[in-house]
Design a protein around this ligand. Structure first.
Ligand code: GLN
Length: 198
């Protein structure tokens, strides 16, 4: 079984742990940087990006996660997690982990459609639409070379993307019963483990 950590400082890490276990992985909450060692993948959950970021600084997670990302550890960020992984957050001077070449807009949907659910077509997951839950969500304004948008809203707005070993979604797959995006992440993890094992 592959071992996936879920950053458990704030936000909906319990739901991710549940989804990972449903998908056949070992999942554990990560509360200290030392626990990052020996993981096959790491999820950064939704929540409040500024709060998670403050706690990450306080507990000294930043450099360690950046180092692991540079080594190719598969990462999956949802909503606030996507904001924390992005190289640039529009409207904020702060950069957080800055390990994925995307530019995101925080709270992009504005007040009226603050939160909504929509059936989203994600071709890499097959033909059945995915129940995508957006809660004060960001969107992706620009994706760099090597990053591919894997889901767009009807108006073309990119809301999920992947780089080689990194996956992000503006919505919350962990708040649904659909495990396909978690399974997709586990495939990235599996491929990376296999290539490491030679
Ligand atoms: N709006 C939140 C932020 O900026 C993200 C919301 C979420 O993760 N549901 O961090």
């Amino acid at each position: 079984m592959r071992k996936i950590g879920v950053l458990a400082l704030q936000g909906d890490f319990r739901e991710h742990i549940f989804m990972l276990r449903q998908s056949g992985a070992e999942a554990l909450p990560i509360r200290w940087p030392e626990q990052l060692q020996g993981l096959d993948g790491l999820i950064i959950p939704g929540g409040e990006s500024t709060t998670i970021s403050k706690l990450m600084t306080e507990y000294k997670f930043g450099e360690e996660i950046q180092k692991l990302a540079a080594e190719g550890l598969p990462l999956f960020g949802t909503c606030a997690g996507m904001i924390l992984l992005a190289k640039r957050v529009i409207g904020l001077d702060t950069q957080f982990l800055a390990v994925m070449d995307i530019e995101v807009r925080r709270n992009a949907f504005g007040r009226q459609v603050d939160s909504f659910e929509t059936e989203l077509l994600i071709p890499v997951l097959g033909q059945n639409p995915f129940p995508a839950v957006f809660i004060r969500a960001p969107w992706i304004e620009r994706a760099g070379d090597g990053v591919q948008s894997i889901a767009q809203l009807q108006d073309g707005t990119a809301v999920a993307a992947r780089g080689e070993n990194i996956l992000v979604s503006a919505f919350h797959p962990e708040l649904t019963e659909d495990t396909r995006l978690h399974e997709y992440f586990l495939n990235i993890v599996e491929a990376r483990c296999k290539s490491k094992e030679g």
